[in-house]
Design a protein around this ligand. Structure first.
Ligand code: CTP
Length: 334
């Protein structure tokens, strides 16, 4: 881009666009995008954009298969950007291979598909919950779990991108990375989660509950820090309320309810039992036995099980892609 000495308003450009296509996205641009560089108008606009962003890698074949490029593309996808996949054929170097920019006709087709999808859930109000809960023991200690909330945030973002009005009830974690249109309610404990979800669900067409809710909380919360005195210390715990089960018992025939099952054994049987007991339309089974799935990871491997018994099994994918699979199935119900 030629330096004119004029200040180019990247913020205005970024806010103006309904979609942003970066084609060709060279190896250099992908590296800069993945690392937050901001040394030209394109990158400044990219960093300011809130609209859907599409990038079309284009480079020579060895550059394309270099681990740095692969890692950059993975990073950009995990930030919610969408790839316009490179094709195979003649390259600028004269060599043949993968790295050719996605054909312009294909880019137009993918964009049209995206725009069609972007209004597919307009008018629908959907509740999502995500993250852990913290159950206070005393003013300085709690019982918690390792949930990062990444899966639930990705689901909320996918729903928002399709035009749904999304309420995200989020455990005590950072709300970074959540689409700006999503209404976030931060909670801390299982009791807070119960209050927020039972109240919001009444107005919703569907709910996807992915939060890792504590099953037990301390029977008594000490007002002062518990001092170290006796050799042994026993903490009495009582059951928390099951949010998903409560929503399942109260839901109307028109409301769609989706739950998660985190299992370490008899996965399928346990998931089906949860689906029935909690009156769900479908359940997302994720196995703790899969090394690419689970708390804190960027990838997940899930099976979606419908009430009819129909099973949809997927390969390990980025959580953003898993969210698309879950939202695709939900969309068939709405
Ligand atoms: N869930 C909930 N409220 C709770 C516990 C769980 O809403 N108090 C929801 C979770 O958000 C998830 C589903 O129930 O969607 C299943 O959670 P999971 O931990 O797999 O199962 P539990 O019902 O807690 O049963 P168990 O721990 O015995 O497997």
């Amino acid at each position: 881009m030629q330096e004119t000495g004029e200040w180019n308003n990247h913020v205005e450009l970024a806010k103006w666009a309904d979609a942003f296509i970066i084609a060709p996205a060279t190896a250099n641009t992908l590296t800069k995008m993945a690392n937050g560089y901001c040394d030209n108008l394109l990158l400044a606009t990219y960093l300011s954009a809130e609209c859907p962003i599409f990038f079309a890698p284009a480079m020579d074949l060895d550059m394309y298969t270099h681990p740095t490029t692969t890692a950059n593309i993975t990073t950009l996808l995990s930030y919610g950007n969408q790839e316009l996949p490179a094709g195979t054929g003649e390259l600028a170097s004269g060599l043949e291979g993968k790295g050719r920019m996605c054909e312009p006709e294909e880019i137009t087709r993918l964009l049209a598909h995206h725009l069609e999808l972007s209004t597919s859930l307009t008018g629908k109000t959907i509740l999502v919950n995500a993250g852990p809960t913290f159950e206070k023991i005393d003013p300085v200690r709690f019982i918690g779990n390792y949930s990062s909330g990444k899966m639930g945030k990705a689901i909320a973002n996918s729903l928002a991108k399709r035009g749904a009005s999304v309420h995200l009830v989020l455990g005590p974690i950072d709300k970074g990375g959540v689409h700006s249109s999503v209404q976030v309610t931060n909670i801390e404990s299982a009791d807070d989660l119960y209050e927020a979800c039972t109240s919001i669900f009444k107005e919703c067409d569907a709910a996807i509950l992915s939060a890792a809710v504590a099953d037990y909380k301390p029977a008594v919360r000490a007002n002062q820090k518990i001092k170290k005195t006796a050799e042994e210390f026993t903490l009495e715990l009582v059951k928390t309320k099951d949010v998903l089960r409560t929503l399942g018992a109260s839901k109307t025939n028109e409301q769609i309810l989706v739950g998660f099952a985190l299992e370490t054994q008899n996965e399928y049987e346990n998931a089906v039992t949860k689906l029935e007991k909690k009156n769900l339309d479908f359940i997302v089974l994720n196995s703790m036995n899969d090394k690419h799935a689970g708390f804190g990871k960027d990838t997940n491997k899930v099976t979606l099980i419908e009430r009819s018994g129909k099973k949809h099994t997927f390969d390990t994918k980025l959580k953003t892609a898993v969210a698309e699979d879950i939202v695709n199935l939900l969309s068939t119900y709405l």
